[in-house]
Each structure stands twice: as structure tokens, then as C-alpha cells.
Design a protein around this ligand. Structure first.
Ligand code: NDP
Length: 331
């Protein structure tokens, strides 16, 4: 079946400027960490990408190691791109990939050396069948490699035309400030930072968001739904098709403590009062901060993407709702 993108795809989505750059990103972005590996259903993966694009999502996030097996999410995405997004549609997409975690054996297959970063990007481009990615990230800080070497490698990826922009991920505030300054001095501004941030994970509020604002860098929080905890998924047990039940990632039954479930239930009750789903409230809560460019969600079904995009109709919070949320989280 030939894919025909929705001609109205840009009418409802919000696009937000990424820091001080010229680039805007869809307020919702889709990540391919889970559900796009060779172990997953290709037809479903294809449907997820179509649904996202049809709803105005322009930004798709990958990494060298997404799968399983590592690399296979990029291969799946590459197949969907060549099948359905050939020609001019590539120019409507912002595709990112990353390198930092273990990808191949031996001393050059992870962290932040020039050798690893540049060769990993070459491999990613091959797997996706692309000439360039829009954003190339250093996936995690490397305590052993000089920061200058990793940043110079990112800069050179842009100079060689293999990436249009660069970003960093999981860098703590002060290391991020240094990396951003180095990239600026090299003439390749850091476009964006990708940290973990959700109602349940608040570390970015202790300095990182200020650094990003001061330096004009965008912010794309990952796992804004805490991998599915901040949704209705686990309100009545553990569904067979859920991330916890599949047991392929880091989310396990141990995360479903009675304390946490109590908070999830209370947050869900508040979301219902606002006439939204819990997932919509959790995404709106992250997006309410103007320093956030876009939220990076994952999805196992297309309805979850539609649900996320509908959160954009419910972005406003009353002060009382915000205090109730804080009260629930601290209880
Ligand atoms: P989320 O917190 O959005 O969790 C996604 C999961 O939540 C889905 O797989 C689904 O779980 C459930 N879900 C999503 N929407 C709904 C909904 N509306 N209703 C009910 N359940 C829902 O994000 P991820 O943890 O998947 O991370 C998103 C992306 O962030 C990744 O794909 C990756 O691109 C990036 N990332 C980056 C990292 C980094 O180090 N830079 C680390 C981790 C992620 P289920 O499968 O059970 O249906």
C-alpha cells in the first residue's frame, strides 16, 4: 500500500523554536528506542511513523544502539523512509541520532572519542540510507575523553556535511555549560540538550534548564511519561503488551511500588478533573515551561500518539492544579 501523507498535517501541530536557533520543532517528537527493533512488528512500526507524520510530528529521534538488536531501529526507520518518504518528504523531517553507549566490541565502540563518534555516525547513516542527519548527539558525557575531543568531533561531523546540527544528552548542568561554550567557540552552536525529565524525574530543574536558557539552547526531555508510568497503563495491573510485561528495557515491576501507584492514581484523578488523560496532563506539565522545545515520547500503538498530540489542546494549568500536583508528588 502506498503511503499518502495527510495534506492537513501542519494545521494543528504547534511548532516551537529550538533555543536561539533558526529551527522549530513539533511540540511532540517521536522516539524509536522501543518498538522499532527487528524483534518488533514492522507493520506496526510503519503505522506509528505514518500516524506521527500525519499529525504534524516532524521530529524523529534515534540512536545507534536502539533495537534490539542494536542498530535495528535505524534499519527499520531507513526502510520506512525509503518505502514511504522518498524524494521531497525527507526535507520535511528532522531526524536525529546519537552515539555514546556501547555499540560494537572493543575500546572504540562506546563513550566519546573522535574515533567512535565519527565512525558511529557513518554507520548510522548507512543503516538509515541517509546522506546526513539533522541532529547528531553525544549520548552521554565521557569521564575519560577530553571534552574538547568529543566537541571537536561533533563540530567536524557538521563541517563534513553529515549532520546539520549537534546536541548533547545526559550532560549535567556545568558540563553542559562547558560543552555549549566549546561548540560556540568552534562555530557550531549546540542546538539542543536531551535530558530525562518528567513529573517523576526533576533533576533538570536544579540548574540545567537555567544553563539552557542562558545559552539559548533548546531542550527535548525524554521519557516524559516515565516510560509509561505516567499513563493509564498500570492503573489496573500489568497489561501483557506493556513495556513492563515485555521486559526488554529498564522498566520493571519493581518500579510499580504501592507508593508510586498511589501517586499515579491521584494524578490520574486530577487529570480526569481536567478532562484529559493522565498522559496528556503529564506532557502538558512538561511543555508548560517555555524553556522546553518539545517532548520526546515513545509509543507502542498509534492511538498513544494521537492521545499525546491532543494534549496540545489542554496546555493551561490553574495555579491550584499545579499546587495539587506538587502536593501529590511530595505525599
Ligand atoms: P515515554 O516516557 O513517552 O514512554 C513511552 C511509553 O509509554 C510507550 O511505549 C507506552 O508504553 C506508554 N505510552 C505512551 N503514550 C501513552 C498513552 N497516551 N497512553 C498510555 N500509554 C502510553 O518515553 P520513552 O521512555 O519511550 O522515551 C522516548 C524517547 O526518548 C525514546 O524513544 C528515545 O528516542 C528517547 N530516549 C533517550 C534517552 C537518552 O539517553 N537520550 C534515554 C531514553 C529514551 P507501552 O509500550 O507499555 O504501551
Amino acid at each position: 500500500m502506498t503511503y499518502q501523507p495527510n495534506p492537513q498535517r501542519y494545521e494543528k501541530m504547534h511548532y516551537r523554536r529550538c533555543g536561539n536557533s533558526g529551527l522549530v520543532l513539533s511540540a511532540i517528537s517521536l522516539g524509536l528506542w522501543h518498538n522499532f527493533g527487528h524483534v518488533d512488528d514492522f507493520a506496526n512500526a510503519r503505522k506509528l511513523i505514518h500516524t506521527a507524520f500525519d499529525l504534524g510530528i516532524t521530529h524523529f529521534d534515534l540512536a545507534n544502539n536502539y533495537g534490539p538488536p542494536p542498530g535495528s531501529a535505524e534499519e527499520t526507520f531507513g526502510k520506512i523512509l525509503s518505502q514511504d518518504f522518498g524524494g521531497f518528504l525527507r526535507d520535511e523531517l528532522i531526524i536525529s541520532t546519537k552515539a555514546g553507549y556501547r555499540m560494537w566490541p572493543g575500546p572504540y565502540g562506546e563513550w566519546g572519542s573522535r574515533k567512535y563518534l565519527i565512525t558511529s555516525l557513518d554507520q548510522s547513516l548507512k543503516r538509515m540510507g541517509l546522506d546526513y542527519v539533522d541532529i547528531f548527539y553525544h549520548h552521554r558525557p565521557d569521564p575519560e575523553t577530553p571534552l574538547e575531543e568529543s566537541m571537536m568531533a561533533l563540530h567536524d561531523c557538521v563541517k563534513s556535511g553529515k549532520a546539520l546540527y549537534v546536541g548533547i544528552s545526559n550532560y549535567p548542568a556545568e558540563e553542559a555549560r562547558k560543552a555549549i561554550q566549546m561548540l560556540k567557540d568552534l562555530g557550531t552552536p549546540c542546538l539542543i540538550h536531551q535530558p530525562k525529565y518528567s513529573l517523576f524525574e526533576r533533576w533538570v530543574e536544579d540548574g540545567l534548564l537555567d544553563v539552557l536558557e542562558q545559552t539559548g539552547t533548546g531542550c527535548i526531555p525524554y521519557s516524559p511519561l516515565a516510560q509509561g508510568l505516567l499513563t493509564d497503563r498500570y492503573l489496573k495491573g500489568i497489561p501483557n503488551d506493556s513495556r513492563v510485561a515485555k521486559g526488554v528495557g529498564f522498566l520493571t515491576e519493581n518500579h510499580l511500588t504501592s507508593e508510586r501507584l498511589d501517586k499515579i492514581n491521584k494524578l490520574n484523578a486530577l487529570a480526569q478533573k481536567r478532562n484529559t488523560t493522565l498522559a496528556q496532563m503529564a506532557l502538558a506539565w512538561v511543555l508548560k515551561d517555555s524553556r522546553i522545545t518539545t517532548v520526546l515520547i515513545g509509543a507502542s500503538r498509534s492511538e498513544q500518539i494521537t492521545d499525546a498530540v491532543n494534549s496540545l489542546h489542554h496546555l493551561h494549568f490553574e495555579n491550584e492544579e499545579l499546587s495539587t500536583i506538587e502536593h501529590i508528588l511530595k505525599s
